[in-house]
Design a protein around this ligand. Structure first.
Ligand code: PRP
Ligand code: MN
Ligand code: MG
Length: 175
């Protein structure tokens, strides 16, 4: 069963404009003296993070975590496993978690609880896409690029069965 691109939801240009806007907002809401660690959630957030950090005009460090919630299926299992933990020490640091998409919210619910227990100075979440209709838990998101309906989408880091991450735009897929 192979999937094909259906409709483009957000073009490369529309994404770039939004990334710039988010970068400016983030720049204005922290101080140059804050010790900021931007944490990308692998693998989906990789491309968004790479573009976003170049629009944040503040000193910061970058780290990654890898967690698994979906495997190769399109539905959430609700089970979150840490596959790769942080390299950096985050105690006393200002943490900004970067996600490509928040769906049920279970991945970030787990991650934020986990990171908050490490005595961070602050913790905020930035996601490019949000599917609020799919939420299964209470989660506060500080920066949202676009709210989207409950359609299966790919591109700009987001996969279907590990494919389509390299598309420069975000699109829906069909059979
Ligand atoms: C996707 C997406 C988010 C998470 C959101 O990652 O990138 O990390 O699911 O789902 P949730 O809000 O229902 O928890 P996935 O687990 O597919 O891994 P990937 O980033 O490696 O594709
Ligand atoms: Mn992910
Ligand atoms: Mg995935």
């Amino acid at each position: 069963m192979s999937k094909k691109i259906d409709q483009v939801l957000f073009s490369e240009k529309v994404i770039a404009d939004k990334v710039e806007e988010l970068g400016k907002r983030i720049t204005s809401e922290y101080s140059k003296d804050d010790q900021i660690i931007v944490i990308g959630v692998l693998k989906g957030a990789n491309i968004f993070l790479g573009d976003l950090v170049r629009k944040i005009d503040l000193p910061l460090s970058i780290d990654f975590m890898a967690v698994s919630s979906y495997g190769n299926s399109t539905t959430s299992s609700g089970i979150v496993r840490i596959l790769k933990d942080l390299d950096l020490e985050i105690e006393g640091k200002h943490i900004l978690i970067i996600e490509d998409i928040v769906d049920t919210g279970l991945t970030l619910k787990y991650l934020t609880e986990n990171l908050k227990s490490r005595n961070v100075a602050s913790l905020k979440i930035c996601t490019l896409l949000d599917k609020p209709l799919r939420r299964k838990c209470d989660l506060h998101i500080d920066y949202v690029g676009f709210e989207i309906p409950d359609a299966f989408i790919v591109g700009y880091g987001i996969d279907y069965a590990e494919k389509f991450r390299n598309l420069p735009y975000i699109a829906t897929i069909k059979e």
